[in-house]
Write a protein that binds this ligand. Structure first.
Ligand code: S3P
Length: 425
């Protein structure tokens, strides 16, 4: 696909539902008693993988146009699948479902695409094994495919080396099946959608600082869930409006949970004109409309506790930094290397191809802003967030940018190019 410079972005947009919350709505709905109704569910390929896995585990899930209905069977209602579960490209599906499967009375095997087969799973295998789980990497390389023989589990107090909501959620979900309390402490607080949503479903979960604790024994009950717009999808429009002169856009109903809103804080630190309107609160998840106007930006240092709150938005921060005066340093972001692609290498190589002054480091990137970018051939490495980042960067760059594998955006935002074209006409 080819992208070129655009005039100002103008107008209103509603981005699709949050990916993390959509995944969890299916999983927790499946484990609850009764029918959970989900509106504004994200029908991206990742969340469809989660639906497919739970159907194979015996859960009836209806996809009506206006909502998804999950006919939950309670904590002990899943049944053995007749074939291997296919998690597709989804790390969230793989890691969270593993926590659930560890405590079942049957054996499951799961696998996904090439990217999933190289993503680290030891980070969940270690704590689950400490809980008494029997989980193995079938090729013995610490990655999927995985085989999980369900076992009786016991509670643990686990200190995680990484701030990862996928690791935390995996352990908390296994904790629902353990014989005592389970807690997870992480170096910095990662997104807390699991804690918020499981509490709504009736689980006994407490959070204190960076420790989340689950005490088993409570049944889960079906809920009505309205999924807020995904701030990780809004990020591309925020950045595009900031980069392209004279832009002014309104992004409606975006989830602004403080464990997810780091991009807003970093952009504002860079001098961005972003106003929050219509702040609201539903299902324990805050939302707002975001009014974003083109702004002159300056470089900043991004590191420490803010990193987990914008981990998926760091490619966008790197691109924005090219349009900012001065130096931007991204540090403490080693996790970027183990996402859908190695996002440090892929961002450095692709932004350099467009003329950016950027260096990769062990835990991030250093970008010298203010050098005009030009079109290039961009390899998305089939990473949805890379494809979307370069589609918007091209709108503020000279010449033509061609993105290889551009349709991988279907993972999290199937209508992305249509929405972008509407705003940037
Ligand atoms: C997610 C957590 C993050 C994020 C991913 C979704 C989740 O991963 O990058 O896109 O839904 O829990 P980590 O927990 O591995 O950082």
């Amino acid at each position: 696909m080819i992208f070129t410079r655009t005039n100002a972005l103008k107008g209103e947009i509603t981005v699709p539902g949050d990916k993390s919350i959509s995944h969890r709505s299916i999983m927790f709905g499946a484990l609850a008693e009764g029918t959970t109704r989900v509106t504004n569910f994200l029908r991206g390929a990742d969340c469809l993988s989660t639906i497919d896995c739970f159907r194979k585990l015996g859960i009836d899930i209806e996809d009506l146009d206006s909502e998804i209905l999950i006919h939950g069977k309670g904590l002990h209602g899943l049944t053995a699948p007749s074939s291997m579960l296919d998690v597709g490209n989804s790390g969230t599906t793989t890691r969270l479902i593993s926590g659930i499967l560890a405590g079942q009375r049957f054996t499951t095997e799961l696998n996904g695409d090439e990217s999933i087969q190289s993503r680290p799973m030891k980070r969940i295998m270690e704590p689950l094994t400490l809980m008494g789980a029997d989980i193995t990497s079938i090729r013995d390389n610490g990655c999927a495919p995985l085989r999980i023989h369900g076992q009786k589990l016991h509670g643990i107090a686990y200190t995680s080396k990484v701030a990862s909501a996928q690791v935390k959620s995996c352990i908390l979900l296994a904790g629902l099946y353990a014989d005592g309390t389970t807690s997870v402490t992480e170096p910095y607080l990662s997104r807390n959608h699991t804690e918020i949503m499981l509490t709504h479903f009736g689980a006994d979960i407490t959070s204190k600082g960076t420790t989340a604790t689950v005490t088993p024994g409570k049944d889960l009950h079906a809920q009505e869930i309205i999924v807020p717009g995904d701030i990780s999808s809004a990020a591309y429009f925020i950045a595009a409006a900031l980069m392209v002169p004279d832009s002014e856009i309104l992004i409606k109903n975006v989830g602004i949970n403080p464990t997810r809103d780091g991009l807003l804080r970093v952009c504002q630190d860079m001098g961005a004109d972003i106003t929050l309107l219509n702040e609201n609160y539903g299902n324990g998840e805050p939302t707002a409309d975001l009014l974003v106007r083109h702004s002159e930006l300056h470089g900043v240092t991004v590191g420490g506790s803010v990193i987990p709150t914008l981990i998926d938005e760091l490619p966008v921060v790197a691109a924005l930094a090219c349009f900012a005066r001065g130096t931007t340093v991204i540090r403490d972001a080693q996790e970027l290397k183990v996402k859908e692609s190695n996002r440090i290498d892929v961002m450095v190589n692709n932004l350099r191809a467009m003329g950016a002054h950027i260096e990769g480091t062990d835990d991030g990137m250093i970008i010298e802003g203010g050098y005009p970018l030009h079109g290039a051939i961009i390899d998305s490495h089939l990473d949805h967030r890379i494809a979307m980042t370069f589609a918007i960067t091209a709108l503020a760059s000279d010449g033509e940018t061609s993105i290889k594998g551009a349709d991988c955006v279907k993972i999290s935002y199937p209508g992305f190019y249509e929405d972008l074209t509407r705003l940037a006409k």
